[in-house]
Write a protein that binds this ligand. Structure first.
Ligand code: C2E
Ligand code: CA
Ligand code: CA
Length: 565
């Protein structure tokens, strides 16, 4: 006989108990498996349960984390402290219902995030997560978003922000300079030694730039080989002039790229705030315009923004669209300026100078459209047109008179110039020795090998080669040795100052002596006064050209002058 009566109620309770136990087991098991640390406190702040992960995250011994332990006891054993950022976060008032999130920094560098949900009865459940790696990844991402990957410099977006910030300071009377630079001769390095070498060079440039600035200045890379520096807290413009010079000097020393010795260099355009603009957009634009000017002035120059640069750009935009049609619409014209032998006063040569008869703007001088035609490549068809017309016009002139045509670097770069010259000579019937090409030092510096090859080919055919604007750039004397020029044209800036400056006369006398020794003729350009004329004659120039002796004139006028002479 069964001593205990079979009680269905007890059975039911037992079964329910069994079910609850297994449910609790299941919950405990789940708790141990979640990736978070978890703990729960009762309304009187005593620990109800916690999983192993919780102890592990905080490195807490099991005897501390035991059911019934008070919140205080556990907190006393908990390492680290709440971060400032967490403390300053807005939170619901302590003891009220709701969710709080806090962040703790441990001494070993780890960062723990805690999300506490408190219920109305005062009990609470907290989830703990080690977010160290997550935060590091976030920091890395935001670093990458703010820095140029290659060089570690500020990127374009950050530079804009920095400018914005600096300009705000500016409004309180601080000074600010924006320096824009891009590298000379970077492309050849990239093309010759490959992109990895180019990248290496950019990193080295970034390093040198960092070495030029102070802590509060910001160096950025805008992309490609373009860099910018925001200079703050210096007296302007002296501060930016000094910094610009420092940068030019720093980048002028050779670089070691993959075992190759590489020479680059830079020009610097500077815009000052607030005079040149008080928002980042305007300032960057004006810095670029100044840079453009610095580069066209020659290498290793500093140029400050001037309002006239803006007007020039506007004018250029209008010019570009109509320049394309200039040849077809027969709007180009050559003027001819005579060059006189200083011993007998005879005209020995004539220089072809291009004009554009613009329907609205009238006669446009080359300085306003040659630079643009170089950039757009239009100089190639225009240069071809000049060669054809100059050779044709010169054919009937006395046989000892040469015609000089200006040729720019871009025409050499596309190797069109040799073919164009030979065509022009063949088509017109002009003997090669009566054609003289005038080339500037800038062209020689930019791409020496291509230019020299073309010049040698042309000279073998009998064409004469003159070095134009001698003395307007730098490195003049070294250029003389690179090619056996027939003629040296001394820039009008030298000629202009010659009567008043003994030092200039001494330099030019030296140059003329060297030129003579090398069998070159010398022409003084831009002679406007009798004083200049007698100065250049005394120095031993073989020829002169200028408004005093004869201005540029139409083809018919020069033909008449030559016929009468
Ligand atoms: P450049 O080769 O130095 O030409 C001499 C410039 O000086 C000419 O200006 C001429 O008009 C000017 N000039 C002549 N005598 C005097 C003088 O006594 N005083 C002053 N202040 N100036 C004088 P232009 O015709 O405006 O030409 C400017 C430049 O444009 C030229 O400088 C040359 O580099 C370029 N250029 C002209 N025609 C051509 C061309 O057909 N092709 C290319 N690529 N460039 C050209
Ligand atoms: Ca010339
Ligand atoms: Ca010249």
């Amino acid at each position: 006989m069964d001593p205990r009566p079979h009680d269905p109620l007890i059975d039911a309770l037992r079964a329910e108990n069994e079910a609850m136990r297994s449910e609790l087991e299941l919950l405990r098991d789940a708790l141990e498996r979640i990736p978070h640390g978890m703990c729960a406190f009762s309304g009187d702040d005593r620990l109800v349960l916690a999983n192993a992960r919780y102890r592990k995250i905080w490195n807490l011994p099991p005897d501390v984390v035991r059911p019934g332990a008070t919140f205080r006891q556990i907190m006393d054993a908990t390492p680290g402290s709440e971060t400032d950022a967490s403390r300053s976060r807005p939170q619901p008032a302590p003891g009220t219902e709701g969710t709080r999130s806090r962040e703790w920094q441990l001494d070993d560098g780890r960062l723990i995030e805690i999300v506490v949900s408190r219920r109305a009865d005062g009990s609470c459940v907290a989830l703990h997560e080690d977010v160290t790696e997550q935060r590091e990844a976030q920091a890395r991402i935001s670093y990458l978003a703010r820095h140029d990957l290659l060089t570690g410099l500020a990127n374009r977006a950050v530079l804009r922000e920095e400018l914005e910030r600096a300009l705000a300071g500016n409004r309180r009377g601080e000074t600010l300079a924006l320096l824009c630079l891009d590298l000379d001769r970077f492309k050849p390095v990239n093309d010759t030694y490959g992109h990895a070498a180019g990248d290496d060079l950019l990193r080295q440039v970034a390093e040198r730039l960092r070495g030029c600035v102070r802590e509060i200045d910001v160096v950025g890379r805008m992309g490609g080989d373009e860099f910018t520096v925001v200079q703050r807290g210096a007296a302007q413009p002296e501060g930016s002039t000094r910094l610009g010079q420092r940068i030019i000097e720093a980048l002028s020393h050779p670089f070691d790229v993959d075992g190759h010795v590489v020479h680059i260099g830079t020009s610097v355009g500077i815009a000052l705030a607030p005079v040149d603009g008080d928002d980042p957009e305007t300032l960057l634009h004006h810095g670029d315009l100044a840079l453009y000017r610095a580069k066209s002035d020659g290498r290793a120059r500093i140029s400050y923004f001037e309002p006239a640069m803006n007007e020039r750009i506007d004018a250029r935009r209008g010019v570009e669209s109509s320049l394309r049609e200039a040849i077809e619409l027969d709007q180009l014209q050559l003027l001819y300026q005579p060059r006189f032998d200083l011993r007998d006063g005879r005209i020995v040569g004539v220089e072809a100078l291009l004009r554009w008869r613009h329907p609205q703007r009238g006669m446009v001088v080359p300085d306003e459209f040659i630079p643009l035609s170089k950039e757009t490549g239009l100089i190639v068809p225009i240069g071809r047109w000049v060669l054809e017309h100059a050779c044709r016009d010169a054919l009937p002139w006395p046989p000892h008179v040469t015609v000089a045509v200006n040729v720019s670097a871009v025409q050499f770069a596309q190797s069109a110039v040799v073919i164009d010259v030979l065509h022009a000579l063949a088509d017109s019937g002009l003997p090669a020795r009566r054609l003289e090409l005038e080339i500037t030092e800038t062209a020689m510096v930019r791409d020496p090998t291509t230019v020299l090859t073309a010049l040698h080919t042309l000279r073998e055919k009998g064409v004469r080669i003159a070095l134009d604007d001698f003395g307007s750039g730098e490195s003049s004397l070294s250029q003389l040795r690179s090619f056996p020029f027939d003629q040296l044209k001394i820039d009008r800036s030298y000629v202009h100052d010659m009567p008043d400056r003994a030092d200039l006369r001494a330099i030019v006398r030296g140059v003329i002596t060297i030129a003579e020794g090398m069998g070159m003729q010398t022409t003084a350009e831009g002679v406007e006064t009798e004083a200049q004329l007698s100065a250049v004659r005394d120095l031993g120039c073989t020829a002169a050209q200028g408004f005093l002796l004869g201005p540029p004139m139409a083809a018919e006028a020069i033909a008449a002058l030559l016929a009468g002479a």
